[in-house]
Ligand binder design. Sequence first.
Ligand code: GLN
Ligand code: ZN
Length: 775
Amino acid sequence: MTVTVATLGFPRIGPRRELKTALESHWSGKSDVATLLATAADLRARAWARQRDLGADIIPSNDFSLYDQMLDTSVMVGAIPAIHGWKGGPVDLATYFAMARGSQGGHAHHDGCTHGHAHEGEGAPASEMTKWFDTNYHYLVPEFSEGQRFALSSTKAVDEFLEAKAQGIVTRPVLIGPVTFLKLGKSRTEGFDPRDLLPALLPVYAEVLKRLAAAGAEWVQIDEPCLVLDLDARDREMLREAYAMLSGAAPGLKLMLATYFGGLGDNLGTALSLPIHGLHVDLVRAPGQLDAVVAGAREDLVLSLGVIDGRNIWKADLAAILDRVEPVVARGRSVILAPSCSLLHTPIDLDRETALDPEIRNWLAFAVQKVAELATMAKALNEGRYSVRATLDAATAAVASRRTSPRINNPAVQQRAAQKDPSLAQRNSAFAVRRAVQHEKLGLPAYPTTTIGSFPQTPEVRKARADHDKGVIDDAAYEQFLREETARTVKWQEEVGLDVLVHGEFERNDMVQYFGEQLAGFAFTKHAWVQSYGSRCVRPPIIYGDVSRPKPMTVEWWTYAQSLTKKPMKGMLTGPVTILNWSFVRDDQPRSVTCRQIAFAIRDEVVDLERAGAAIIQIDEAALREGLPLRKADWQHYLDWAVECFRITASGVADATQIHTHMCYSEFNDIIASIGAMDADVISIETARSQMELLDAFAGYRYPAEIGPGVYDIHSPRVPAVGEMATLLRAAARRLPADQLWVNPDCGLKTRKWPEVKPAIENMVAAAEAARAAV
Ligand code: GLN
Ligand code: ZN
């Protein structure tokens, strides 16, 4: 049987981020709907043709989206929050974008705290946004209420199928499966379980399938990544109910059920029992499941083997993959080769990275190259390896060179990270002892005030950076600009009466990139953008080799800032777990090993800051929680090494040096013991919008160290009043001893404007003074 090649989804932002440009120009009123839609259609046409030319036999449609595929699904089934005033019928583009961005278009996302807060201005708020499984892609959370009805409200899936067909390509349309869709939604009705809505939802899916079949589709890909999560009996029952109905919805239409981001594990039996025609499995995250899948699958079940990593950027070891796939093909099975998941999570085309070091470049494959890898392997399986011998040999050579290159291997770093000495992850004394010494040294008042690190990245700051990057201004001029900005900010913090100051982070483009650019073992691309949400893209650093710190990274800026004030200036660093979680990570060693190397590199920076005189050093771990594995059974292992890495970073200093950490979220209930085990002296967290209820986790755990629960919601331009923040502090003091509390905003202020920040921080200081008066 012929082996074919499929892609489950292709990046849609465009090779030159054309979609981003078109969207933003449309949102700002500079171009009309027709222009936007024409750009979108052109991008789709080119993506289809590109995949075909690269050798894909099965090409997806409806993987494109103007904003997000979950939002598209909500719109398809008519799950539109009432606030948008939709009256039924086809959902228009204005409503679509209102759901995505709020009806004023006011959005307040920023690096790190990329939750879906959009409380800006008047009009309807945007839907909440959250991370898509364990990726850095964010989807818009569907909203459900009791008794909700669904109706087909967008024919996008059919329209795009016909569009491709007109181009001569019969695609395999992609839908997000009904079970995953409901499970990822949230309930608007207290105590209501959206899963109750399955019977109401299925007829809409059935209708879409009928229309696709009528339009000429032979296969439809239905994504149910929820199958790699921990499921309960009800979830499994839902899957059976859903696919019993959908498989009969359009006679002759075949369903490819796609699972990805992990192994099926204890859900394998459920998946294999469904009346589907094909099953896609992720063999990158879970290579071990191949045997069980093959052994348990019906003889006529088409197997789509996800053998190429859709979540990373490395060239694959094609010969090794062939060794594993050949026996399956030899058994007469119908096999499709595919990436592990949609290629949405990879950059588009390596060919544009002309400035990248050639040796490193030779180790990489982006979406385009990955499709070509699949085509090579299919040819090898169909015609024999000799037919693609040169390509296979080149892949083997690239993989071998990556294994042995001195660029990757730094024995000193490996030895250091391999040290087992537990004292490396242990402060000299227990917290109670450190605390006394730190209080003595710092002499701070009760309810000390501080900020999380960044101050507004104004258009002037961004322009200076861009000008410097382009060579319009030289190093000296840029440096001078940053010094002035820093000096102004330090002076203002003194005037407003903050107790612990920050330099403002004006020199940092991004909290990970800034460090990655200075660490050995990291590479940066120019064009390798990956969609984060909507029109927003990120260029994650590539960690390709052993990580070390050639020289101090932040000490000069800290020293300059401290020279401007007698108040304590916090040293400001990004922690190892966050650096790891926001990068493309090498796949030739466990993540924990890479993280440990980063931990030692940042530890050196912590020690150097202390040596330069810093009494307080903050190590941000914004992404620690989001790195949690998808399956609960894997959590503890991750938390153990992540916490250990943080402790390695923090433990090189004397008792008197106060280590802070910051986390951009507020759900700590299930990981509170690990947060405690980090043994930071002070932690700042996000709490402003929860009336401090989230501190209950800390109170229940008897969290011993100091805490700064955010009292100022930095996601909103609103300036909170003194009384409001004072009330929050009282609420905090009811839960935790007052002498453990700090006063700070929820997160960094880089996305805010000075006219908002100044009065807000003034009020925050006044609220702290009021709290002190009550002590
Ligand atoms: N220090 C960083 C800042 O203030 C922290 C941001 C974050 O954790 N997302 O911007
Ligand atoms: Zn934050």
